[in-house]
Write a protein that binds this ligand. Structure first.
Ligand code: CA
Length: 534
């Protein structure tokens, strides 16, 4: 059966014009194009959104949860390269890293002359803006208005670059991004549809909450993840040799707030000290060691990270309220997502990068009144590279051949095409900085994760037992997430999985071929010289 997509605005108008260029069999040309508000958080783990089941009961996020209740929650949204800049490039271009050229945060620079969905929507008559974290080195293109943090940005009083001019700001990053987003919405031309990318910096490291929220959890002790003290048995060199543990890599001073951030003004510093100083004094007196120290660091990390999440959720509430109050909500697609997932102590880690579920899986919630049935849950494999095509299709625009994702429109309407993907491709590059996670590619299916860790064409500078020179480091891992949801033991070369393994090895070869990713060790993806300081 051919399902014809008819946006609500068109149903109301009674005008139906068909086009066949949208990746669906037949799609109506919208008479009134929907507005688009795309809220992207940075490093917001799905484990820290209450709509995702709140397995560990870490936090309540009532405003983000509204999007699940009034729209669709995607339970298997993946990113093909779990890192800030690369994921943003995937969202914008609808292509993998080896096509859009933004491989890593180390020496990649976004080529702003390539096709992006904001450029195409701008051409189609949309007013376009990006506000917040950009982190792609080159200036934004395809936007009527842009106001972005410098690099990663800072949490307190962050300077920004607004349409090319440096601007001073006072206040908290998440509030400021929302303030400017609301201001832009208020002053836009109401006769045209809008595309607003509200791209928050929070809750990225090093996790500095709004000063008003410092005591939000009343010194709660957080439930420990089962794998906080993981010894990486059953897995290979890469897992043993990473540099991203709460125990060793997380810094007490900056990450765990033993010293105040440099960006606070004197009044702000007083509030900051009033919260942290007495608690840091207790820490100094107790001098925890071993597992007790790891648990202390984990709890401080959770306080700070979740405090940032609270700020994001409160500000999502401000944006949704504005859409409600102005009547815009009925014809506005609202997307909430993150540039990737995040480890919240699982495997003893923070950060992302890996093909594993906490990292490669990211939250995705979409509300579109009249199209998406409220309270829907989708479990199909979708990816950040699908968003560009989805939004172009929603706006009635044709999709460039270069794009490698697939429009989610049928899924939003509750119908999964029979030929929907059964596996997602993954390829991570950045090494050895910043966290010594070895390059790997692979696939994720509904049940399995297959990864090939390989030797990159870059010196790791290491001389220890795990240096590239010392140990061969080209190997595969396979995880059966149905039996091993924590991905703790590789079953690669286990005879019981011989058939599955052979099938998945063929599948990853096909995915690589389909994606035109022929060179596992692409020299362009690695550079000896850092592009910029971290
Ligand atoms: Ca990120």
């Amino acid at each position: 059966m051919i399902r014809i997509f008819i946006p609500p605005s068109l149903r109301a108008s009674g005008l139906i014009g068909l086009t066949s260029a949208l990746g669906l069999s037949a799609v109506a040309q919208p008479a009134t194009q929907p507005n688009i508000l795309f809220i992207l958080a940075d490093d917001h783990a799905w484990q820290a959104i209450s709509a995702y089941g709140e397995q560990r009961h870490l936090i309540q996020t009532p405003n983000i949860d509204r999007l699940a209740a009034e729209g669709m929650r995607f339970d298997a949204c993946l990113v093909p390269n779990s890192l800030c800049g690369p994921s943003r490039a995937c969202f914008l271009t609808g292509t993998y890293s080896h096509i859009n050229g933004f491989y890593n945060n180390y020496n990649s620079r976004f080529d702003g002359s390539q096709i992006t969905f904001p450029k195409l929507l701008q051409k189609a008559g949309y007013q376009t803006a990006v506000i917040g974290k950009w982190h792609l080195v080159s200036n934004p293109t395809g936007f009527d208005y842009w106001n972005i943090f410098i690099g990663q940005g800072v949490y307190y009083n962050p300077p920004t670059i607004r349409n090319g001019e440096r601007v001073k700001n006072s206040g908290y990053a998440t509030d400021l991004v929302t303030d400017d987003s609301l201001n832009w919405l208020k002053h836009r031309d109401p006769s045209k549809p809008f595309l607003l990318l509200c791209w928050q910096k929070a809750p990225h490291r090093n996790w500095q909450p709004a000063l008003r929220d410092l005591n939000f959890d009343h010194d709660r002790q957080y439930p420990l993840p089962d794998t906080l003290f993981d010894d990486y048995a059953g897995r290979g060199l890469a897992e043993h040799d990473q540099n991203m543990t709460i125990q060793t890599t997380m810094e007490l001073k900056s990450d765990n707030k033993l010293t105040p951030p440099a960006d606070l003004n004197p009044e702000q510093k007083q509030i900051w000290n009033a919260y942290y100083a007495p608690r840091n004094a207790v820490f100094a007196a107790e001098k925890p060691t071993g597992h007790a120290l790891i648990e202390w660091k984990y709890n401080r990390f959770m306080h700070d990270y979740l405090g940032c999440v609270k700020g994001v959720d409160d500000n999502v509430g401000r944006l949704l309220k504005y859409l409600d109050d102005t009547g815009l909500a009925t014809n506005t697609i609202v997307i909430y997502s993150s540039d990737q997932g995040f480890f919240l102590g699982e495997h003893g880690w923070f950060d992302k990068r890996w093909i594993f579920q906490e990292s490669a899986r990211t939250p995705l919630l979409i509300r579109w009144p009249g199209v998406i049935r409220p309270g829907s849950i989708n479990t199909d494999l979708v990816a950040n590279i699908d968003i560009a095509e989805t939004l172009l299709a929603a706006a009635g625009q044709s999709i460039p051949d270069r794009m490698q994702g697939r429009s989610l429109l049928p899924l939003l309407q509750g119908e999964t095409p029979a030929d929907w993907r059964k596996a997602c491709y993954y390829h991570y590059y950045e090494y050895p900085d910043q966290h010594r996670v070895r390059p790997h590619y692979g696939l994720i299916t509904g049940r399995y994760t297959l990864a090939h860790f390989y030797k990159p064409s870059v010196s790791d500078g290491g001389t220890g037992p795990y240096s590239i020179a010392a140990i061969p480091n080209d190997y595969w891992e396979l995880f059966d997430r149905q039996k091993d949801p924590g991905e703790m033991k590789s079953v690669f070369d286990d005879p019981a999985y011989a058939e599955v393994q052979a099938h998945l090895m063929g599948e990853v070869k096909q995915l690589r071929s389909d994606a035109n990713d022929s060179a596992p060790d692409n020299p362009a993806a690695f550079g000896e010289a850092p592009r910029q300081s971290k």
